[in-house]
Design a protein around this ligand. Structure first.
Ligand SMILES: [Zn+2]
Length: 83
């Protein structure tokens, strides 16, 4: 039997999807189909190089958001390193 979504072999006789499509299904249930569709449209409808660049930009944004705020002395150090 094949996956209802992609056509590859199903993960089990009782499931409708393969492993990957089962995960996609779970993510879609978690975030909602509109959110997932928006992400797919804004990130995946590009060539591979563009997708890689987009992923790097998002990772960098996440790292900056998670990093502790820079003190004035650290900002100064960072400026000096860039020059
Ligand atoms: Zn599948």
């Amino acid at each position: 039997m094949s996956c209802y979504f992609c056509g590859k072999p199903r993960q089990s006789w009782t499931g409708y999807y393969c492993d990957c499509c089962s995960e996609i299904s779970r993510i879609t249930k978690l975030y909602g189909e509109e959110e997932v569709l928006d992400i797919l449209r804004t990130t995946c409808i590009r060539n591979k190089k563009q997708i890689k660049n987009k992923i790097e930009i998002v990772k960098k944004e996440q790292e900056e958001a998670e990093a502790p705020p820079l003190t004035r002395s650290k900002k100064k150090e960072k400026c000096l390193k860039e020059v």
